[in-house]
Design a protein around this ligand. Structure first.
Ligand code: GDP
Ligand code: MG
Length: 417
């Protein structure tokens, strides 16, 4: 994943995709803008909560990220989100915004599938009562699979002929077919390796093609379920049905609308609310002397309801956790790069840990350097306490995740350091 990770938010109409996106993005105003290249109304910056390196050294007060923000050692790292709207039943055959949807989809590294577990919207997203959302979970996977499968089967005859004539490996042949979905050779290789007893490609029947596509999807579109609208009274039984039917799925219970509401109240200074937690403080809770504004009876009542129905029952609104889960699926960890390994500062000033990048766990230090600085010649790599680190060492949380790269003077081929 050489570029910044992109999380796609998918789901049928009215499941709560836009609300989920807004709940993750409409955060503190004091943050610096994150320079995304694309201007797209459906794209936004979400903030992933991670433990910041500053807390390990008691330097929380000095922590001033270049992007995002950090409070008390809890760092909010920008992550790009995409609201992949337009998926309706039949999209794989080009219905609705079918192709636009699928074009958007291929850019995503992981998906958050927003499922309306209130049962108040039907398969097309129209208002109803008692709809069974279990169907939605399967439907979305089927829709994506059919899209890929249909494309593959259309050309299967010639794919097999070329495969045989050129004596290609399965990975090479599939690379040509799946490259358009943004898949790398190594991703395809992992998908191929994950299938037991896979026969030679020229012997694949429909069953094997389907199996291959399913495994490809597991790697290309790893998915987290956001079981949304848990504030609704019908949600419980639907949540339990989904969890029982898909015990291996990664699912998080969410109430996106509650998060949007709480963040708005917090912004207007009616409440203190720490995103991702169950804690809300009102003026009544903290007492006079605080700078919080008083709430009227109606808002107080609403907050009580939110506490009862969402926060105390589920521990949080879930949206912060759903983003964390999506990043976890990608196995990304924060790596902090600093100019000065003694002080953890950047090129100027006293603030620490200005830069944080999400990279795949287990990435080599030299690859981290390249992805952050481009093709530079590294003279030395230092870790905490000035320890020399080898370019082939790998990163993990707490291991080589604070790095200082010393670049060869004049050896800079692309300037970004
Ligand atoms: N009760 C409840 N309603 C929600 C929640 N999230 C979204 N909604 C409502 O569901 C409807 C569709 O939401 P929207 O985000 O526009 O869905 P989209 O079509 O998937 O983007 C709107 O009326 C939202 O207010 C939630 O967590 N709880
Ligand atoms: Mg929408």
């Amino acid at each position: 994943m050489p570029r910044d990770p992109l999380i796609g938010i998918v789901g049928k109409p009215s499941s709560g995709k836009s609300t989920t996106l807004n709940s993750l993005t409409d955060a503190n105003a004091k943050i610096g803008a994150f320079p995304f290249t694309t201007i797209d109304p459906n794209r936004a910056t979400g903030y992933l909560q991670v433990d910041c390196a500053c807390a390990r050294f008691g330097k929380q007060e000095l922590c001033k990220p270049n992007y995002g923000w950090c409070t008390g050692g809890k760092r909010h790292v920008p992550v790009e989100l995409l609201d992949v709207a337009g998926l309706i039943p039949g999209a794989s055959q080009g219905l609705g915004l079918g192709n636009k949807f699928l074009d958007d989809l291929r850019q995503a590294d992981a998906l958050i599938h927003v499922v309306d577990v209130s049962g108040t919207t039907d398969a097309e997203g129209k208002a109803t009562r008692g709809y069974d959302p279990v169907k939605d979970v399967e439907w979305l996977q089927d829709e994506i699979r059919l899209w890929i499968e249909t494309n593959l089967k259309k050309r299967w005859g010639s794919i097999v002929r070329r495969h045989t004539a050129t004596k290609s490996s399965i990975v090479d042949t599939l690379r040509a077919q799946f490259g358009g979905y943004g898949a790398t050779a190594s991703l395809i290789a992992r998908a191929v390796d994950s299938i037991d007893n896979l026969p030679p490609l020229e012997e694949w029947d429909d069953h094997w093609i389907t199996t291959m596509v399913k495994h490809f999807m597991m790697f290309k579109f790893p998915t987290v379920l956001a079981l949304n609208k848990i504030d609704h009274p019908d949600a419980d039984k639907n949540v339990s049905k989904i969890l029982l039917k898909y015990p291996d799925s990664r699912a998080v219970l969410t109430s996106a609308i509650t998060e949007v509401f709480l963040r708005r109240l917090a912004k207007q200074n009616y409440i203190k609310y720490e995103e991702g937690t169950e804690f809300i403080d009102t003026l009544e809770d903290v007492g006079p002397g605080s700078d919080l504004r008083p709430l009227d009876e109606k808002l107080l009542q609403r907050i009580e309801t939110i506490r009862d129905l969402v926060l105390f029952r589920f521990g949080s609104t879930g949206v912060v956790q759903v983003l964390q889960e999506a990043v976890k699926v990608l196995d990304l960890i924060p790596v902090f790069t600093v100019r000065n390994i003694q002080t953890f500062t950047g090129s100027s000033g006293t603030s620490v840990f200005r830069d944080c990048t999400l990279v795949k766990r287990g990435t080599t230090v030299s690859k981290v350097a390249r992805s952050i600085m481009g093709e530079v010649t590294i003279a030395a790599i230092e870790g905490v306490d000035g320890k020399r680190i080898s370019a082939t060492d790998t990163v993990d949380i707490g291991t080589n995740d604070i790095l200082s790269f010393k670049v060869v003077p004049g050896g800079l081929t692309t300037s970004s350091a």
